[in-house]
Design a protein around this ligand. Structure first.
Ligand SMILES: C[S@@+](CC[C@H](N)C(=O)[O-])C[C@H]1O[C@@H](n2cnc3c(N)ncnc32)[C@H](O)[C@@H]1O
Length: 395
């Protein structure tokens, strides 16, 4: 399992960002400003959209504390990601200056859609009064690169469809049409310090492919820690706030170990092998490690009908498939309404499935305490008796 050395620092920053201004003050006393700044700049680079400026420029990001001013130089040019680089010889097109604590809150605090008055800016900060000719070729690039970097300096709600093509994850636009459903069900968690586990990092046996969906979740859950599990080593996808894990989703012991170490999870997404047995094993092993109020998601339910994945073409024989699991969870949700003479001992799923949202090829399972109590035994179980009792004022 890959270890992310900055994880405790990042967690500390996220926590302080959600607290009072005094928490931010204490944060800067607990840690070196340089270390906090490094985390922030890494985060900005990972959130920036691809630059569109043809002319390469540097954007200077200045972070201020009471004692010091620290500059980072972000290189922006079309066809390359925004990067933190040495000052070098690049042309500095804009200076963007923040109080360190303000930028901590912008990036890691509860999302803010209102962004004026949090920064200072200076166009061509090192150009003298006689530099008009030198500046001219960079004017358009300055505006474009600044817009790119500022888009990375916020936690404004991103468009998931755009993120799927930016980070190359196939959750929208070809075989899968999942992002509107994800947006609907994940949005309420955006401001929380969520722990997300996605089974299936992508790219199968190719050692350098995959990780797109982890990057998308990292961007969407700007206060979250994202974990990816794959049977293949995908440590190339490790980033600040992304931890990749190696393991088999059909091995309950491995899943239990992961959950002990990195859970409980707010959200688990199964986008792994899609072999029906694996989907069911993972649900049994990991659903208990989803916190109450969290979600368990299963993608690509079509394999329930593919014998090559252990599915069944006959919906009447879906017992051992992923769809069979989902169908059984409807009975779990309703288990308190089953007649006691059936002698059902409530299963873990019976006691903890509180909602189901099933879309084409995608299911969201809500976790909580499913214990509202069944309809009481004194309420008549046949329609005519109910009407008679109601007419007499009993119900
Ligand atoms: C569909 S891809 C994941 C795509 C990725 N979630 C995305 O949206 O970009 C499925 C991944 O599951 C992995 N996988 C296959 N069998 C597995 C198993 N038994 N346990 C864990 N991961 C497995 C594969 O190596 C592959 O990378």
């Amino acid at each position: 399992m890959a270890e992310n050395t900055d994880l405790s620092l990042v967690q500390d920053i996220i926590r302080a960002a959600g607290g009072h201004a005094s928490s931010l003050h204490e944060l800067t006393e607990r840690h070196q400003a340089a270390d906090v700044a490094r985390v922030l700049v890494d985060e900005i680079c990972s959130r920036c959209p691809p630059p569109v400026n043809e002319e390469p420029v540097l954007i200077e990001v200045v972070l201020r504390t009471a004692d010091e001013r620290r500059s980072h130089w972000l290189s922006a040019v079309k066809d390359a990601p925004v990067r933190d680089v040495p000052r070098g010889e690049g042309f500095v097109a804009m200076r963007i200056e923040y109080e360190l604590a303000d930028l901590v809150r912008e990036l890691f605090g509860p999302s803010r859609e209102h962004h004026t008055g949090v920064r200072e800016t200076g166009l061509f900060p090192y150009a003298g009064s006689d530099a008009a000719d030198q500046i001219a070729p960079y004017f358009l690039a300055a505006q474009q690169a600044t817009a790119t970097v500022l888009a990375g300096c916020t936690s404004a709600k991103p468009d998931l469809n755009e993120l799927t093509s930016r980070y190359l994850t196939p959750k929208w636009g070809s075989l899968h049409w999942f992002t509107p459903h994800y947006d609907r069900h994940f949005r309420p968690y955006r401001d929380e310090e969520v722990r997300v586990l996605e089974i299936g990092i992508g790219g199968y046996k190719h050692p350098e492919w995959g990780g797109g969906s982890l990057r998308m979740w990292k961007h969407f859950f700007h206060r979250g820690l994202i974990h990816g599990l794959d049977i293949v080593d995908k440590s190339h996808a490790d980033e600040q706030r992304i931890t990749t894990l190696i393991g088999d989703q059909n091995d309950p012991d491995c899943l239990a170990e992961i959950a002990e170490k990195y859970g409980p999870f707010d959200i688990v997404i199964d986008d792994g092998s899609h072999i029906n047995e694996h989907v069911r094993t993972s649900f049994q092993a990991l659903f208990p490690h989803v916190r109450n109020g969290g979600l368990y998601v299963i993608e690509d339910l079509w394999t329930a009908y593919w014998p090559g994945f252990g599915g069944s073409e006959d919906p009447e024989r879906s017992g051992a498939t992923s769809i069979g699991l989902v169908k059984s969870l409807i009975d779990s949700l309703q288990h308190e309404e089953l007649p006691p003479e059936q002698g059902r001992t409530p299963s873990y799923a019976d006691r903890h499935v509180t909602g189901l949202h099933v879309y084409h090829n995608l299911a969201f399972i809500e976790k909580g305490a499913n214990a509202e109590g069944g309809i009481p035994p004194w309420i008549p179980r046949d329609f005519d008796s109910l009407v008679a009792a109601s007419s007499g004022g009993a119900a």
